[in-house]
Design a protein around this ligand. Structure first.
Ligand code: GDP
Length: 200
């Protein structure tokens, strides 16, 4: 089992030589700016201010690597889809993503979308990239606490349909604010990060 209390920032990567190549599983988090990616990582780790919440959108074109329990990495991809980003910055983002996805380092892809809305074009592109790797993939539908009970099922169906997810890709209703969905996501992360360990 991963001890989530043992989490440590390793580095911000801007080029492939910065990516860890030590064979540890890499659990990758992607999402558009402001979707709650930092909040989700913090909630999963049971921390308040570990991954920075409220990062200025578009300012950070690097990939953050956090080592968990010396057994796996949480990989925080730079947010996308922020309107006020220059073409140069968007190009840098695309190039870094190309390099990381081509590196074959991804163990489990986790894409965070906003449960209130239909996924954007950028969300669709990102989902396609993850699906193309052939690695295990799951979608977190965040901000569950902001969606009326009566709309939840329908919104999840729209997300699944818009991202063209195969049946075996889970879409997990989640609230980084309240903690809903946390246990389900952690089980999948544990299984991906420590596959060979027998149950205790
Ligand atoms: P990031 O840019 O994707 O890292 O997003 P942040 O984690 O900085 O969150 C963006 C904003 O959304 C912050 O004001 C968070 O408090 C808020 N937020 C994130 N997750 C949730 C959630 O599940 N529910 C609610 N109500 N707000 C959330």
């Amino acid at each position: 089992m991963l001890n989530l209390h043992r989490a440590e920032f390793i580095r911000s990567a801007v080029k492939p030589a910065d990516f860890p190549h030590d064979g540890l599983p890499q659990i990758v988090f992607a999402g558009k700016s402001n979707v709650g990616k930092s909040s989700t990582i913090n909630k999963l780790l049971g921390r308040k201010n570990f991954a920075r919440v409220g990062n200025q959108p578009g300012k950070t074109i690097h990939i953050n690597f956090f080592q968990i329990d010396e057994k796996a990495y949480f990989v925080d991809l730079p947010g996308y889809g922020y309107a006020k980003v220059s073409k140069a910055e968007r190009d840098r983002w695309g190039k870094l993503m190309d390099l990381y996805f081509a590196s074959d380092l991804i163990t489990l892809g986790i894409q965070i979308v906003d449960m209130r809305h239909k996924p954007t074009q950028d969300d669709q592109t990102m989902a396609h990239w993850f699906l193309s790797t052939g690695m295990p993939f799951l979608v977190i539908a965040n901000k569950l606490d902001k969606v009326k009970k009566s709309e939840r099922e329908g919104n999840l169906a729209v997300i699944r349909e818009t991202l063209r997810l195969p049946e075996d890709v889970p879409v997990i209703a989640f609230s980084a604010e309240k903690g809903d969905g946390r246990e389900t996501v952690l089980e999948i992360i544990q299984a991906a990060a420590c596959p060979a360990e027998p149950e205790e």
